[in-house]
Design a protein around this ligand. Structure first.
Ligand SMILES: C[S@@+](CC[C@H](N)C(=O)[O-])C[C@H]1O[C@@H](n2cnc3c(N)ncnc32)[C@H](O)[C@@H]1O
Length: 308
């Protein structure tokens, strides 16, 4: 959704931005091209590979201190910004393009894809996160697994699949994506198999659990707002309804003056709106983009700007 992101951010010479999810560097690159010699981008990624690739692709920008790379978790956004911008830590725009990059999905050593049977079940975005998907599925009881599949995957057959996993691992530890897919396929009824791939929701749920994606998103939102200049914009692109719900609710809450329950005759909370919503209807990728990159079909973009 690069065109929409750039249209909203509208980067100008000398301005400062944060790309919280560098990935392949597409958004950072487009911003860097528009901010001249005096502008700056702080680009963050938890994946060391994204940082290594950016070091090769943006040599001049790094040398000129236009691009600052941070191999960090964006849940610590404020500390990261303070570390690299000691004095002026107010930004013109911040963008988060959530989830995983195509490079991560296609990496046969990472285990994000149910289409790579031999992949080990890692599913970590970065080296800094300890638990693996393999750990989770081989150690949690059926109730805990079912909760993960239900809460993070909205999976209808959560408990059945959890039980099948627990039964299988009594025979052999489950260590590959292919084995996990096989277990899911054996549980999923035929009619279910005809829609989306039966493993989609389970893989999503495990990835969210391993990387604590929802917790990170919840943690970063208030920090991002606090780092914006007045008029500065925050853009979030999410890929599933769990993330989108968090973003939607947060933006709604922070764009309201009073958060007291409706039965209160006068306001007691004193909450003041600090955001204005720019996208009353979420933005979706255009058809051409979906054709070029089918994964983008589930992207939803929400944006706000800071008013106080
Ligand atoms: C969808 S990709 C971003 C793609 C990017 N916009 C581009 O132009 O290539 C998401 C990236 O965010 C990173 N990421 C996910 N969660 C993160 C977190 N909590 N902290 C830092 N980076 C994170 C992933 O490692 C991945 O590289």
């Amino acid at each position: 959704m690069l065109n929409q992101v750039i249209a909203i951010l509208n980067p100008q010479f000398g301005q400062k931005f944060i790309d919280c999810t560098l990935g392949g560097g597409g958004y950072s690159k487009a911003i860097l091209e528009r901010i001249g010699q005096d502008g700056q981008v702080l680009a963050i990624d938890i994946d060391g590979l994204a940082i290594t690739n950016a070091k090769l692709n943006f040599k001049t920008e790094i040398k000129n201190k236009k691009l600052i790379l941070a191999h960090e978790n964006f849940k610590n956004l404020r500390i990261i910004a303070e570390k690299y911008f000691e004095e002026d830590i107010k930004f013109n725009g911040i963008v988060l393009d959530l989830g995983l990059s195509s490079a991560q999905l296609e990496d046969k050593h990472r285990g994000f894809s149910f289409n790579i049977p031999v992949a080990p079940l890692g599913m970590n975005f970065g080296e800094q996160i300890g638990e693996t998907a393999e750990n989770i599925i081989n150690s949690r009881n059926a109730e805990d697994l079912a909760k993960i599949f239900k809460d993070y995957g909205e999976e209808k057959f959560a408990y059945k699949i959890a039980l099948a996993i627990v039964n299988e691992r009594q025979l052999n530890r489950i260590v590959t994506a292919g084995k996990l897919v096989e277990i899911i396929m054996n549980v999923a009824p035929k009619r279910f198999q005809s829609k989306i791939h039966p493993a989609t929701k389970i893989f999503q749920a495990l990835r969210i659990a391993v990387n604590q994606e929802l917790e990170n998103l919840q943690a970063v939102l208030p920090q991002a707002i606090s780092l914006l200049k007045i008029g500065g914009k925050l853009i979030i692109i999410s890929y599933h309804s769990l993330e989108d719900r968090i973003v939607k609710q947060y933006f709604k809450q922070e764009s309201k003056d009073c958060l007291c329950p409706p039965i209160m005759p006068i306001c007691r909370c004193g909450h003041k709106a600090n955001l204005k919503i720019l996208t009353h209807k979420i933005l979706r990728p255009v058809e051409q983009e979906i054709l070029k990159n089918p994964r983008s079909r589930s992207a939803r973009l929400r944006a706000v700007y800071k008013i106080i």
